[in-house]
Design a protein around this ligand. Structure first.
Ligand code: PGA
Length: 267
């Protein structure tokens, strides 16, 4: 795992956006895995700005979102389809038929989940998966105890997640109890994962994810098994990491190597 710590949440968000933008520049037909929640908001603002001001082209990009609440239509202001349209898609030139969010109102969820997995494979798999993390250590809606081999399916939300998300719904009793979510196994199949965490309330989950054992009790810890993960944090989210100095040292060495490479390329 590469752990990159930025002084502020804003800088961390910009760094995450930069990684995504570079992926699209390298590979205009990139397949992106996208996330919702407060964490990616600054990332999406920056991607929209780059599209508007710098012409970052999303016309060939395909997207797959991690999850959706069961029962909410895409027109519901708290649905994740609505969130994505509002905060990202309508600001880009992405083709609507290339944006995928699980359907919270599918008539047959087993079939819908199978078809979601199939669509990801048919698109060639996810090149870069953006992830947030829950205070209980979940990625997507893979709550503690989820199988680390799980695929897209319907999952019951944990009490902690319902409490965390009550602020968007105006009360705990308004939060849906279930969600359709990519599984941990689905996420691990992505070629690269980018986990972004901001704020002190994420510090414990980040410590457990990065430095704890791999356990289904903290589903994000399964990312330790992935070959290409970048964890981007602000100072607050990084505050409980024991090996902080080492992560900074690795980044310094990387930067020196990149500078040396750039220098060689110029000569
Ligand atoms: P947040 O949610 O970005 O709103 O903190 C993250 C998550 O629950 O995965």
């Amino acid at each position: 795992m590469r752990v990159v710590i930025h002084a502020t949440a804003e800088a961390a968000g910009l760094a995450a956006a930069d990684l995504i933008a570079r992926k699209i520049q390298q590979r205009p037909r990139a397949v992106l895995g996208l996330a919702t929640g407060s964490t990616p908001l600054a990332v999406y603002r920056e991607l929209a700005r780059r599209h508007r001001e710098e012409g970052l082209d999303f016309s060939q990009v395909t997207t797959f979102n991690l999850d959706e609440y069961v029962g909410l239509p895409g027109t519901h202001p708290q649905s994740y389809r609505y969130f994505m349209e509002e905060h990202l898609f309508r600001h880009l030139n992405v083709r609507p038929e290339r944006t995928h969010v699980p359907d919270g109102r599918a008539l047959d969820f087993d079939r819908h989940c199978e078809s979601y997995e199939r669509q990801i494979s048919q698109a060639g798999g996810i090149d870069l998966q953006l992830l947030g993390i829950g205070t209980d250590g979940h990625i997507a809606f893979n709550e503690p105890g989820s199988s680390l081999g799980s695929r897209t399916r319907v999952k019951t939300l944990a009490g902690e997640t319902i409490r965390d998300n009550a602020r968007f719904f105006g009360g705990e009793d308004q939060v849906p109890r279930m969600a359709v979510t990519m599984g941990v196994g689905t996420i691990l199949d992505s070629r690269q994962c980018l986990l972004l965490a901001l704020g002190e309330h994420k510090a414990r989950a980040i410590r457990d994810t990065v430095e704890g054992p791999v356990t289904a009790q903290v589903t994000a810890s399964a990312l330790q098994l992935h070959r290409d993960v970048v964890v981007i944090l602000d100072e607050a989210a990084a505050s409980l990491l024991a090996r902080r100095e080492y992560y900074d040292q690795v980044e310094r060495v990387r930067q020196e190597l990149e500078l040396a490479q750039a220098d060689r390329a110029v000569r």
